[in-house]
Design a protein around this ligand. Structure first.
Ligand code: FES
Length: 148
């Protein structure tokens, strides 16, 4: 429970929406998804700490980078719940996002190169098409049956 000073710093849903540049409905959406956390004040009204304002900024950056809400939620699991994320927290998150982005770039590059094989083909063969059967590890052993 926040102390008296903290309670003065709590924001209404309208205030946090205005300060984050988001719609009130977006605030409720992110709360329902478990990405931000509100609390009830003594009048039973919903309030948000300034930590949640920072979390909303992180969500917007992550979405610009192409991460899904589930991926964002996974990243936030290790964040402290009681304080605003620090520079050190941001360093860890941005490093994790950089590595995840690199993996996505490598996957997209591989798929683009595989798509080159498909242009003008249209077979969509389970046996031959790398996009139709991307897990075909046996194809690396050459054509024909390998498990008989
Ligand atoms: S469509 Fe023929 S190889 Fe992909």
């Amino acid at each position: 429970m926040p102390d008296a000073k903290d309670r003065e710093d709590l924001l209404t849903v309208g205030e946090i929406a205005r300060r984050s540049g988001l719609a009130v409905s977006a605030i409720h959406f992110y709360e329902a998804k478990g990405l931000i956390h509100g609390m009830r004040d003594w009048r039973n009204q919903r309030r948000f700490s300034r930590r949640e304002l920072r979390i909303l900024a992180l969500i917007k950056v992550a979405q610009r980078l192409g991460f899904t809400l589930e991926e964002i939620k996974d990243t936030f699991r290790d964040l402290p719940q009681k304080r605003v994320p620090s520079k050190s927290d941001w360093r860890k998150i941005s490093q994790a996002w950089k590595e995840a982005l690199q993996a996505k770039i490598e996957l997209a590059t591989t798929m683009r190169d595989q798509l080159n094989l498909c242009i003008g083909c249209g077979c969509l063969s389970l046996k031959d098409c790398p996009l139709r059967n991307p897990e075909d590890a046996l194809s690396a052993q050459g054509p024909g049956a390998h498990l008989i």
